[in-house]
Design a protein around this ligand. Structure first.
Ligand code: MEV
Length: 399
């Protein structure tokens, strides 16, 4: 992996050793720090995205996720891997205005568009120099339990930043002008995580041979249709997608909650909660999978440039822009979902899952060293992956 990623010794060391994030560093990131909590970090393999090979760091506590993503990525390789794209990295900042004449206020605000954008951009000349900055305004009038409100959307191209800080600062900066223009009062000024103008998309074709035959293709489409029709299933379907995306977000020091909020709210954007992926059969009978969701991920700011392991992981990934990172995340989400649907629709998820889970159970029972694998194998062999049985086996071994 070091060779593939051309990784320097310091980064490799930061990944290898636990405790790379010192308590002192952590203390500068958040408040009331008492320590650091570690999460397993693995590498998903086999990903080709837009013709480029990637090794993808994923931080997650759940077994099977990385194996599943790597397996689906392998199946996609036959047909060229994933093709992915992203819109411009535009975030929405919301300004909540209460005033007597919402329609009049809307017209005044839109009339002062140029002045408002200029004022916002004065806030961040570096972003403007990099080709980003406040780009446009939208003004909505919404009905609420407290009456009509004017909601101003400031659209900001955040380039390689996730952008929440930039957007919030800009919104705060332009609010007095908005109050002046409308004689209204501004309340909230905050980024929206429903980042509909910062979408990432990916597509892959999975050959019927790679999936295990025509029946498997049909079964996966049935599984997708179930999620498309039923919110109870759809929540789990989308959760599986986020297993992959959140793990990459965490490994790269990104705001996992922002991405999760964006994904699930986007899934409901039509008024009905829907899958973030689609599946169809093409004329050859192969499975075509797509994904589309907002991904507000950054390469600068937040923990991305502070956490030593996140820094190393971004080097492994080798992405040049935040949009490329979003494309990788979307591809991982699609792979994750395909792997889950295939397993669920054919042999069921538990066999593969439980053999990895068995290792956790063995550790929980107190096994260490070689004993972990020994107990786990026995549990799988017996088909009884339970803590009480693991304890019994361990006692027998130790007699
Ligand atoms: C488990 O973390 C994720 C799955 O439940 C996703 C799915 O059901 O599609 C396997």
């Amino acid at each position: 992996m070091r060779e593939f990623a051309n990784l320097d010794e310091e980064s490799a060391e930061n990944i290898r050793k636990s405790g790379a994030l010192s308590v002192d560093q952590a203390d500068k990131m958040i408040e009331n720090v008492i320590g650091v909590m570690e999460t397993p970090l693995g590498i998903a393999t086999n990903f080709t995205i837009n013709g480029k090979d990637y090794l993808i760091p994923m931080a997650i506590e759940e077994p099977s996720v990385i194996a599943a993503a790597s397996n689906a990525a392998k199946m996609a390789r036959d047909k060229g891997g994933f093709s992915a794209s992203a819109t411009k990295p535009i975030m929405i900042g919301q300004i909540q205005l209460i005033c007597d004449d919402p329609h009049g206020a809307r017209t005044s605000i839109l009339g002062a568009r140029k002045k408002i954008l200029e004022l916002a951009n004065e806030q961040n000349p570096t972003l403007v120099k990099l080709g980003g900055g406040a780009r446009d305004l939208e003004v909505r009038i919404i009905e609420t339990p407290s009456g009509k409100m004017v909601i101003v959307h400031l659209l900001v191209d955040c380039r390689d930043a996730m952008g929440a800080n930039t957007v919030n600062t800009m919104c705060e900066r332009v609010s007095p002008l908005i109050e002046q223009l409308t004689s209204g009062r501004v309340y909230l000024r905050i980024v929206s995580n429903l980042a509909v103008k910062r979408l990432a998309r990916a597509k892959a074709v999975f050959s019927k041979e790679a999936l295990g035959g025509e029946d498997a293709v049909d079964a996966i489409i049935q599984a997708y249709s179930f999620a498309a029709a039923d919110p109870y299933r759809c929540a789990t379907h989308n959760k599986g997608i986020m297993n992959g995306i959140t793990a990459v977000a965490l490994a790269t020091g990104n705001d996992t909650r922002a991405i999760e909020a964006g994904a699930h709210s986007y899934a409901s954007f039509s008024g009905r909660y829907k899958p973030l992926t689609t599946y169809e059969k093409n004329e050859d009978g192969d499975l075509v999978g797509t994904i589309e969701l907002p991904i507000a991920a950054g390469l600068v700011g937040g923990a991305t440039k502070v956490h030593p392991v996140a820094i190393a992981n971004l080097k492994i990934l080798g992405v040049k822009t935040a949009s490329e990172l979003a494309e990788v995340m979307a591809s991982v989400g699609l792979a994750q979902n395909l792997a889950a649907l295939r397993a669920l629709a054919t042999e069921g998820i538990q066999r593969g899952h439980m053999s990895l889970h068995a290792k956790n159970i063995a550790v929980m029972a107190g096994a260490t060293g070689d004993m972990v694998d020994k107990i786990a194998s026995a549990l799988v062999r017996e088909g009884r992956i339970r803590l009480d049985r693991a304890k019994e086996l361990l006692e027998e071994e130790e007699k």
